[in-house]
Every structure is written in structure tokens, then in C-alpha cells.
Design a protein around this ligand. Sequence first.
Ligand SMILES: Cc1cc2nc3c(=O)[nH]c(=O)nc-3n(C[C@H](O)[C@H](O)[C@H](O)COP(=O)(O)O)c2cc1C
Length: 168
Amino acid sequence: MELFEAIQTRSSAGRLSEPGPDPQQLERILAAAARAPDHGRLKPWRLIVLDRAGRERLAEAVVAARARRLPEPTPEQLALEREKFWRSPTLVVVGCAVQRDHPKVPEVEQLLAVGAAAQNLFLAAHDLGYGVMWKTGPAAYDDGVKASVGLQAHDHIVGIMHLGTRVG
Ligand SMILES: Cc1cc2nc3c(=O)[nH]c(=O)nc-3n(C[C@H](O)[C@H](O)[C@H](O)COP(=O)(O)O)c2cc1C
């Protein structure tokens, strides 16, 4: 696909199903993400591909975060929260590992580099024919959720990227 066509035809995929990208395709998608512009060459992005256990850890952390935010969550609300992480075949958390007090590259520029990486990931997956949904939500800002994917409290989750085959 030509670049302008990829940019113009990109859109969020509301529903995703199997298959997701195969391992080689996923490598290409992640390599494209890592070609983002990056002041100071800090490579602040963390491209965390979740296997089954990783997905479970993330889902449980999101449920715990939701339970902390809601005074009395119903089991249905918590089950819905958990279920959201099983709706796509491939899940990549795009994190920003912040170097605090860097002498040349402020935190906002590190975040911008990771935003660019997330967009590269999106366009690369789209170019290979896959649908993508970029998600955050309140859970992305929760320290327990960050810890569940190996990030520290001062880091950021820039996107929880759902990849798969577009439905509809
Ligand atoms: C940083 C960021 C966070 C987002 N978080 C969510 C989200 O939590 N839930 C959601 O439905 N969409 C989320 N989106 C996707 C936007 O809603 C979507 O891109 C927008 O509606 C435009 O639609 P399009 O991507 O089809 O052009 C997010 C997008 C970005 C860039």
C-alpha cells in the first residue's frame, strides 16, 4: 500500500477477530514502530506483546483498578472489564519508559516519540491488512496496571493496541 493511501484509509477497528499478525508480520510491525523519530535516541518506547499469561495479568490489574475507582462494583461490571482484553487476537502495550530529568530531552518529547511509535505500529499493521484499535481509558493511568506490564509508576501507557482481522 502506498503511504498516503495507508494514512488516508486508516481507521479504528471497532471489532476484531482471528487471525492476528503471524510472528514474522508482528516483527515487521514492531520494527516499524521502533523507527519513530526520537530526540536523543533514548528509545523510550516499550513494545510489550502480551502472551496469554501477560494478558491475564493485565486484565486482572485493570479489574483491580476498576474496583478501586468504583465504590461497589458489581460482578458484571468487573467481568465486562476483564472481558475487554480477550476481544482481539493480538495485544501490544505501547509504553513510555521515562528518563526523568534528562538534561536535553524533556519528558514530553519522550512521550511524543512514543506516540509516533504507536502511530507507526498502527500504520504498519494496517498496511499488512490488519485492523487496529488504540485504547487507553482510566486504567492506563493506574500504577498497578503499569506494573502488570513491567512499567514503573512514573512511566506511561501510551496505548493498549488491539490487533486482528477487522469484522464488518
Ligand atoms: C492516545 C489515544 C487513546 C485512545 N483511547 C481510546 C479509548 O480508550 N477508547 C476508544 O474507543 N478509542 C480510543 N482511541 C481511539 C480514538 O477514539 C479514535 O482514533 C478516534 O475516535 C478517531 O477514529 P479513527 O481512528 O477511526 O480515525 C484513542 C486514540 C488515541 C490516539
